[in-house]
Design a protein around this ligand. Structure first.
Ligand SMILES: [Zn+2]
Ligand SMILES: [Zn+2]
Ligand SMILES: [Zn+2]
Length: 495
């Protein structure tokens, strides 16, 4: 039953059931084996190729995402619902294991550059566990296309990523002739020898004896299997940042803790972590260093367990006035040229526009010291009846409560900080007018007070940086300037 190119799609008679967690390319290969056709022919029969489109190779990033229109065609040809199809693509991990996808409309190009930018997925090749492939008859798992899979916990082996025969990477989307069982790739070196005939499930992977690395893989598997569970993204994001830090600043990172000889040898041969995305054994080295490198054996277990938990390790310095997230997996301090390597469970993460930055305890202490309001007697260079009234009310409230009282209204301190900012900002500047506007909003609870002047309240339609009905009037009519430079900017006027 073979349809011609121009014919409409027909329902295929032989459609294999997708294996749990299978990748899309693997399912297409299974379809090809069942129907005894080539991979390209299977793509066409299953509706992945638009009818009438030229017969060429599958796209480079096949399996990253399936467009709705394609999913409908595949549904018509195979009966596989679009939702099941989506679960076999890397897009299934978006907003979880993988970050927020690019903005719509999604195109193959935007999805592939998104995947390339985040460097977590392997869209064009796969790792694999040969014993798993033997058991399933050549079904490749989607999670093997993530750097987070470096071992198989069931068979206790490290995954492999290259063919033992020809050295090419495995289960590639291009070039075409490969399938899920035999390598069949023709590398440049083997042109004369013809396609590689190695059977992938007969390749021998290195065994895992390091129980800690197996535990790390179990934790990663649990996160991959629930890609959208809250907290998981956080753990993986900090782990990824740690791995990248080890890759970039390899000489500053702690040495590899004791582990399997295969892992140690691989790291020694590579003298670094440059290719950890390509080689599962190198991924194991950087995960081992990130999770326990440099910490003493007596605290290693405790830190390691806490790092992978949803809450993360405990705050090492509870005296900090601004609580910060604790670093889970170590890395280099991101402050300027600070050379400190921060161990797991120490140092802090600070949010910035570019994402979270890891800081050593010294630099974390600098950003975590909170601003304190000025003494109540202090006046700035600007005050008005409104600011004077508010300062008097805040003084009353402070005197009425005990400073040591933990339950004291924290808004009190916030209101004092706004008032301080207003009194120390040039009132003729836009910012100064906006701050005065903010101070007047803080007067709302005091309207019944005998000294309260209703003109201080904000009017309907009033703009934060312009006086009502008088956009050219920069200074509030009640303003009293105590600054010797008057309304001019400090320094712009000779005294
Ligand atoms: Zn396995
Ligand atoms: Zn090969
Ligand atoms: Zn530092």
């Amino acid at each position: 039953m073979i349809t011609a190119v121009s014919e409409p799609l027909r329902r295929l008679a032989l459609v294999p059931e997708p294996h749990p967690g299978e990748s899309l390319l693997s399912w297409v290969d299974a379809l090809a084996r069942t129907n005894r056709v080539s991979r390209m022919r299977a793509l066409r029969l299953a509706g992945f190729v638009r009818p009438g489109a030229p017969d060429n190779r599958p796209p480079v990033h096949f399996g990253s995402r399936v467009a709705d229109e394609t999913a409908e065609r595949v549904y018509a040809a195979t009966g596989l619902p679009p939702q099941r199809l989506h679960q076999m693509t890397l897009m299934h991990y978006a907003r979880g294991i993988l970050p927020e996808p690019p903005p719509p409309p999604l195109t193959p190009q935007s999805v592939s550059s998104w995947l390339a930018r985040h460097r977590i997925a392997l869209p064009t090749r796969s790792r694999d566990c040969p014993p798993c492939l033997r058991e399933t008859g050549g079904r490749w798992l989607l999670k093997w296309r993530l750097i987070w899979s470096f071992a198989c916990t069931r068979h206790r082996v490290y995954l492999i990523s290259t063919c033992r025969g020809c050295g090419e990477s495995l289960h590639r989307t291009v070039p075409g002739p490969g399938d899920g069982v035999v390598c069949r790739q023709t590398s440049h070196d083997r042109c004369r020898l013809g396609p590689c005939s190695r059977v992938i499930h007969r390749m021998r992977p290195p065994r895992v004896a390091d129980e800690h690395l197996l535990a790390c893989q179990r934790r990663l598997d649990a996160l991959i299997e629930n890609p959208h569970r809250p907290g998981g993204h956080d753990v993986l994001r900090s782990l990824h940042q740690a791995l990248e830090d080890i890759r970039i600043h390899y000489d500053d990172a702690p040495p590899l803790p004791h582990t399997d000889p295969a892992v140690r040898r691989r790291r020694h041969n590579h003298r670094g972590a440059q290719w950890y995305r390509d080689v599962p054994l190198l991924t194991a080295t950087v995960i081992k260093i990130a999770a326990t490198g440099g910490i003493t054996p007596d605290t290693a277990r405790q830190t390691d367990t806490a790092s992978w938990s949803a809450a993360g390790p405990r705050q090492p310095d509870a005296a900090m006035s601004i609580p910060l997230a604790v670093n889970r997996f170590g890395g280099r301090c991101h402050e300027g040229a600070c050379p400190t390597w921060v161990l797991p469970g120490q140092g802090n993460l600070v949010q910035s526009l570019a994402g979270s930055r890891l800081l050593c305890p010294t630099h974390a202490a600098r950003v975590s010291t909170r601003a304190r309001p000025r003494p109540l007697t202090a006046t700035g260079w600007y005050n008005s009846p409104a600011t004077g009234f508010l300062r008097a009310r805040l003084t009353d409230e402070l005197e009425a409560t005990d400073p040591a009282d933990e339950a004291r209204d924290p808004h009190l301190e916030g209101r004092r900080l706004i008032l301080d900012a207003c009194e120390h900002t040039n009132p003729t500047s836009k910012v100064g007018r906006a701050l005065h506007y903010a101070v007047r909003t803080l007067l709302l609870p005091y309207t019944p007070h005998p000294d309260f002047d209703p003109r201080w309240l904000l009017r309907q339609g009033e703009h934060p940086t312009e006086a009502l009905g008088q956009p050219s009037l920069h200074l509030h009519p009640d303003a009293v300037l105590t600054n010797p430079y008057g309304a001019a900017r400090p320094g712009s006027h000779p005294s």
